[in-house]
Ligand binder design. Sequence first.
Ligand SMILES: Nc1ncnc2c1ncn2[C@@H]1O[C@H](COP(=O)(O)OP(=O)(O)OP(=O)(O)O)[C@@H](O)[C@H]1O
Ligand SMILES: [Mg+2]
Length: 231
Amino acid sequence: MIKIDKLNQFYGQSHTLWDLTLELNTGNCTCLMGRNGVGKTTLAKAIMGLLPVKSGSIIYDGKDISKLSSDKRAGIGIGYVPQGREIFSQLSVKENLDIGLLGNRNGLKSVPQKIYELFPVLKEMLKRKGGDLSGGQQQQLAIARALCIEPKLLILDEPSEGIQPNIVQQIGSVIDYLTKEEKITVMLIEQKLPFARKHGDDFYIIDRGSVVANGEISQLSDDIIKQYLSV
Ligand SMILES: Nc1ncnc2c1ncn2[C@@H]1O[C@H](COP(=O)(O)OP(=O)(O)OP(=O)(O)O)[C@@H](O)[C@H]1O
Ligand SMILES: [Mg+2]
C-alpha cells in the first residue's frame, strides 16, 4: 500500500529522519510509536507532503509520490488528522466538513451519511462553531473531515491525546470499522499502549528518527517497551 524507503529529512541543519524505512499493509492499522520528539509527526507530515524530504522514496500504489504537493496526495486518497486536531474553530461543524469535501477525489458533493453514523454527535452540532466543541468532539470532527476525502490511507497523529475515555473508545471503534469493514489502511501514531494493542495489527517503533523495531502487534514485547517506550 505504502512503502517508505530510506527517508531523510532535515529541519535546517537538524537531521531528523535518518534512512527511515517502513511499509504499511493494506487494510491494517499500523501503530507508529516512540518517545516524545523522535520524529513521528515529522514522518506523518513528510508522507502528507507538508514537509520536504532530502532523500528517499515514498511509494504509494506503486508510484513515488515524494515530490507531489500535499493537495495532490490528498487527491490520491491520503487522509490526515494532525496532532492537536487543527480544525477551523471559527467555522461551523458543517463548514469544516465541507472543507474536507473539497478534497474529495470522487467529486462527492455532500457529506456521506456513513460519517454521521460513525459520529452521531456531529450531526446534532452541524451549526455549532468548531471552537465551541469539546476536545473529544473536535477530534471526532477532525477525523470526520479527513474521511470526507474518502481516503484509502488515513494517518492519525495521536487521536487519543488529552481526550476523555468514552470518546477515545468511540474513536477506537471507528478505527476498527475503517480497517476491518472498509479496508482502509490506517497509520496510527499512538503513545498509549493499551489503545495501540487493542486497535493495532502491526507496529513500528521509532527512535531518534529511525525504525528500531517492528512486527505484528502481538510481538510487541515487554523488552521492546522497556527499551524504547517507557520513560
Ligand atoms: N518545525 C520544526 N523546526 C525545527 N525542529 C523541529 C520542528 N518540528 C519538530 N522539530 C524537532 O524535530 C524532532 C522530531 O519532532 P516530532 O514533532 O516529529 O516528534 P514526535 O515524535 O512527533 O514527538 P511527540 O511525541 O512529542 O509528538 C524534535 O526534536 C523536534 O524538536
Ligand atoms: Mg508528534
